[in-house]
Design a protein. Structure first.
Lengths: 247, 313
């Protein structure tokens, strides 16, 4: 059913919070995502010419790198891009078969590959490029928010998070309920001023991106030279002068 | 957007077929086209063949065409599903219309023709809405997209009807309609192009990444060194490079030339009118294929922003 579910008040909105300040652009999220999902709910994820020129395949995470700003304000930002599990996802409503759906209980957007006809209209409707077509199976594939991990009682509890979150060495990815203002992820978003991507399109993405922190303003004047530690100054008179002038 | 040949052919062929069905259903009860069984069978038959060829072609775009029937289920939310339902429903009056004009059952032909005309208009409206509802593609998410599909379908259908009627030596009314719609389409398409050229991009690299507060955003490293589905399908740029020339071809060959040829054919009769109308029909279909190819090729998708290959600002 591709009409969107009416969200119950206080319903869960599971999603990711991605910290652009700490992401180091290592692609571990993309790699572990591929590793898990090529044998998970959406399996398999094709790879053509995996070991030669013309390599191409389906990935649910793509890690871009951008430069933003000029001069001292300029930043290099690593930017992982994946499904944002929108509150009003057009990829779901355009689906003619009911293969695309948004779960009422937690807001995860999924594809039922057993009834997908591969018309690819959902990929056109997604402004974020979250959906990639599987040429081998003839159906659309997308991020499942690791629905087969997060509720999986056969794996240890600390691992019941999306593969990209569990693997991130910089702790730049956080998973939780963004519908609950008291959750750790909601507090993190509030504290760091997390943003939606392309809010002007109106799809109300659930995932949030934490902006890179601003570099501290450099003081005017020439840079200060670091002096020796007081304990290293052997001459008592000089040590006294250093102590007085350091006040 | 990558112009898939199957969809370009589908929308042109079924658009012309539904246009032809529309005009037959409307003009035949008024006695403005030849009323005989042979003409009716030819015109309605050609319409049905074009519609079916188009629909068959559209399934070539599917990854799993054997599941195409499932597309009829989600008419509550999906314009693609509504198009499928409208197409299937329209076959009922259109088929009866075909049988009625062959069998000379005028009372049956009268109301099935009108129902088929309504179904044809509804189906093409849904086709237009599929594109018009896609917000990430600003050239399609435009108030002129759906009227354009309706107008070009009506135009190409009228040209085909004028061609067939010219073979019967009675092309006056359809040729006049087609010439007027051709001139109208020529102007309409120019207005549409002016509209999409003037409109700003729907989003920017800054809003796509949320990094605009730092300053202007530039791509540094792509996420992958080879191409992928997103780039092939939604960052298609060849069309925009040649857009000006293709626009001239589409509007002159597709709309202006057939309108002029049919206007010339109006005072003539017999064989010259038939030849001119045939040429007009061929030019219109070729021009419409170029117009439809360009409609895809010129369209930009917001996902290209992430790869730094969005529209120049």
């Amino acid at each position: 059913m591709t009409s969107l579910p009416t969200p119950a008040p206080g319903a869960k909105k599971l999603g990711l919070v991605i910290d652009l300040d700490t992401c180091v652009g290592c692609h571990a999220c993309a790699t572990n995502c591929k590793e898990w999902n090529t044998s998970g709910h959406m399996a398999p994820l094709p790879d053509r010419n995996a070991y030669s020129a013309g390599q191409e395949g389906v990935w649910f995470n793509r890690v871009h790198a951008y430069e933003a700003g000029e001069g001292e304000e300029g930043r290099t930002v690593h930017f992982p891009r994946s499904c944002l599990h929108c509150e009003t996802p057009a990829c779901v409503t355009v689906c003619p078969t009911g293969a695309s759906y948004k779960r009422a209980e937690d807001g995860i957007v999924l594809v039922n590959t057993d009834i997908c006809i591969g018309c690819q209209l959902c990929a056109w409707a997604c402004p974020y490029g979250a959906r990639e077509f599987d040429d081998d199976a003839g159906v659309m594939k997308k991020c499942t928010l690791c629905v087969d991990r997060i509720y999986n009682e056969t794996i240890p509890e600390p691992q019941r998070v999306p593969a990209c979150v569990s693997t991130c060495p910089a702790h730049a990815r956080h998973f939780g309920d963004l519908g609950d203002p008291e959750s750790a992820v909601s507090k993190l978003v509030a504290e760091r001023g997390g943003v939606e991507l392309m809010p002007e399109l109106g799809y109300k993405p659930v995932n949030r991106y934490l902006p890179p922190r601003r570099a501290p303003k450099a003081d005017a004047g020439p840079p200060k030279e670091a002096g020796p530690l007081p304990s290293r100054i052997t001459n008592p008179l000089l040590r006294w002068v250093d102590k007085v002038l350091s006040r | 957007m990558n112009p898939a040949p199957s969809i370009v052919f589908f929308t042109v062929a079924s658009g012309a077929g539904y246009g032809l069905l529309f005009w037959m259903g409307l003009l035949r009860p008024l006695g403005l086209v030849p009323g005989g069984a042979a003409f009716g069978a030819g015109a309605v038959g050609l319409a049905l063949v074009l519609i079916m060829l188009g629909l068959l072609s559209s399934t070539a775009h599917l990854g799993r065409p054997e599941r195409a029937w499932r597309a009829l289920s989600q008419w509550r939310s999906s314009w693609l599903s509504r198009e499928g339902v409208a197409a299937v429903v329209t076959f009922a009056p259109a088929g009866l219309f075909f049988i009625a004009v062959i069998g000379g059952k005028e009372w049956l032909a009268w109301w099935t023709g009108l129902l088929a005309a309504a179904g044809a208009a509804a189906t093409v409206y849904c086709t237009g809405m599929i594109y018009a509802s896609l917000k990430p593609i600003r050239q399609w998410h435009n108030p002129l997209t759906t009227p354009g599909y309706l107008l070009f379908g009506a135009f190409s259908g009228a040209v085909l009807l004028a061609m067939l009627a010219a073979f019967w030596g009675a092309a006056a009314v359809p040729a006049a309609i087609a010439a007027l719609l051709g001139a109208g389409s020529f102007v309409f398409k120019r207005v549409y192009w002016a509209s999409i050229d003037a409109a700003p991009p729907v989003a920017t690299m800054e809003s796509a990444t949320g990094l605009g507060f730092i300053g202007k955003v530039r791509p540094l490293d792509p996420p992958h060194t080879e191409t992928n589905y997103l780039l092939r399908e939604m960052a298609f740029r060849i069309g925009r490079v040649h857009a000006a020339r293709l626009r001239r071809i589409a509007s002159l060959v597709g709309f202006a030339a057939p309108a002029v040829l049919l206007a010339l054919a109006l005072p003539m009769g017999g064989v010259p009118a038939g030849i001119l109308a045939l040429a007009a029909a061929l030019l219109a279909l070729v021009g419409l294929l170029a117009e439809r190819w360009l409609m895809f090729a010129e369209a930009t998708h917001t996902v290209a922003l992430y790869y730094g290959v969005g529209e120049p600002r």
